[in-house]
Design a protein around this ligand. Structure first.
Ligand code: HEC
Length: 138
């Protein structure tokens, strides 16, 4: 009789801990993870408002991708340096469009026989922002 009571008390305690404590703790953890993710870019745009924001966006996007494996700003690695690219192409709409397409589809021929890997997950708009950042490296 006594043992049975104890067992059910333990069951109730476990049930309450699982529903109350455990549940709300998880919700808090995902909440705070989400809020740091969403506040980071918002803070960035506060720090760099106005004229620089397009360049900053391209630079931020580029920093999160694999470009640096093959490109440096002022040194040829596997691909041409960003300064070489900026010297070769004027930042016209046509060039920005063409280079954005090239980043997405990859390929070779303009600098040699080594090919750039394709980046199919990159949107055209984001690729254009990156091209604008690259063509500003003079
Ligand atoms: C595997 C190495 C590699 C990676 C990763 C890479 N590139 Fe390239 N990239 C190259 C090579 C090689 C070329 C030269 C292609 C050619 O000869 O047409 C190139 C060329 C370019 C060009 C000039 C294209 C042209 O036709 O003149 C741009 C702009 C460029 N890369 C941007 C990027 C960006 C932005 C990223 C990241 C999203 C990136 N690359 C990632 C190797 C790479």
């Amino acid at each position: 009789m006594k043992k049975g009571m104890l067992a059910s008390m333990v069951m109730i305690a476990v049930f309450m801990a699982a529903c109350g404590g455990g549940g709300s703790k998880d919700a808090n953890a995902t909440d705070s993870a989400k809020s740091t993710e969403t506040t980071a870019p918002a803070d960035n745009s506060m720090v760099a408002p106005g004229a620089n924001s397009a360049v900053s966006k391209g630079e931020t996007l580029e920093a999160g991708l694999d470009c640096k494996t093959c490109h440096k700003v002022d040194m040829k690695v596997v691909g041409p340096s960003f300064k070489e690219i900026a010297a070769k192409y004027k930042p016209t709409d046509e060039n920005i469009e063409m280079l954005a397409a090239k980043i997405i589809s990859g390929g070779s021929g303009n600098w040699g026989t080594v090919a750039m890997t394709p980046h199919p997950d990159l949107s055209k708009d984001d690729a254009k922002e990156i091209v604008k950042y690259i063509l500003a490296q003079k």
